[in-house]
Design a protein around this ligand. Structure first.
Ligand SMILES: [Zn+2]
Length: 339
């Protein structure tokens, strides 16, 4: 089969790769229904995160179980499944606490931009859709639950979004936009999306944003303070991962409020003295998507949410390099790939 490999900055190739096989009794192999390019894939693509030689890419997936190892009990060939970018046994203490992305057996998926995928710890990682194989118009939204929605949802959950909350979302990438959708689902009353990009502002409004702030940095914080009558937001979702976005998030939060951070940090440094005076709660990290998958899959299957709207570019899998380019140039929010 052919799969996606990153060779260096701007150099994505679709080339011959070994076909995945069952290596351990707890593995499954799935045939991809759809896959996609993640905002986090752009860090190494832009040369901002070093790679050690040619690196297979992709960690968002949903599809049909092809084959399972002898120990796998919960899924069987033909099932339609979604899994997280982090594998989990779903039984260890960290999993029991709901932090499956810190599972003692965790592996990060990295070969999903391909037609077939080996999934370790299949029983704990994969969730099958209820009532058999879903119709294919739901594939993009089911794919979104695998990471980008699961991460936006965790951002809202970790920022303690509740009915009536005032929420600010920093970052208008797909995760930020789905953070808006998640906050809306959790009952937030006011949702401010920080974005200066018209198409993304429109999608943010469609997902439930009540206000758009185009200013950034200190000016952006001033605008949030104006909107919140000088108080600051109850919950701020930091969905970028830079020093500037983190500072902006913390400063926009009211004393006692919550900042979640789900953007992979690049050069973020926090000063203890600055943090001390703010009284904010900080909670973030790689999203434990597995915790939320059953609920998110059900919301998609019942057509309560349509997170697949973030895919504004659809390409055949072999044109994966065009998907990276379009996202890098911000011509596309998120590229869906069809094997
Ligand atoms: Zn575990």
């Amino acid at each position: 089969m052919k799969g996606t490999v990153l060779y260096g900055p701007g150099d994505v190739r679709f080339e011959e790769r070994p076909e995945p096989k069952i290596a351990l009794p707890t593995d499954a192999v799935i045939r991809m229904a759809v896959t996609c390019v993640c905002g986090s894939d752009l860090w190494p693509y832009r040369g901002l995160q070093p790679i050690n030689g040619p690196t297979p890419m992709g960690h968002e997936y949903c599809g049909f179980v092809e084959e399972v190892g002898s120990a796998v009990k919960s899924v069987k060939p033909g099932d339609f499944v979604v899994g997280s970018f982090a594998t989990s046994d779903n039984t260890c203490p960290h999993c029991q606490y709901g932090y499956q992305s810190s599972c003692v057996g965790r592996e990060f998926m990295s070969t999903a931009q391909a037609p077939y995928l080996r999934v370790p710890l299949a029983d704990g990682t994969l969730v099958k859709t209820p009532d058999g194989v879903p119709s294919d118009d739901l594939f993009p939204s089911l794919l979104a639950t695998s990471d980008v929605l699961g991460t936006g949802w965790f951002a809202a959950d970790a920022a303690n979004v509740k009915p009536g909350s005032t929420v600010v979302v920093v970052g208008d990438g797909a995760v930020g936009l789905l953070g808006v959708l998640s906050a809306k689902q959790m009952g937030a009353e006011r949702i401010v999306a920080m974005s200066r990009h018209e198409a993304r502002q429109n999608l943010a409004r469609e997902f439930g944003a009540t206000d758009i702030v185009t200013e950034r940095g200190a000016e952006g914080v001033t605008r949030i303070k104006e909107i919140t009558k000088g108080i600051g937001a109850d919950s701020v979702l930091e969905c970028v991962g830079t020093s500037e976005s983190m500072a902006q998030a913390i400063e926009a939060t009211r004393p006692g409020g919550f900042v979640s951070y789900v953007g992979v940090p690049h050069g973020v440094e926090l000063k203890g003295e600055d943090l001390f005076g703010t009284h904010v709660h900080l909670h973030g990290g790689p999203a434990p998507v597995r915790r939320f998958l059953p609920e998110l899959i059900s919301l998609v299957m019942n057509k309560k949410i349509n997170p697949g709207r973030v895919f504004d570019l659809v390409l055949p899998l072999e044109q994966v390099a065009d998907g990276y380019r379009a996202m890098d140039e911000r011509r596309a929010i998120k590229a869906l790939l069809r094997p």
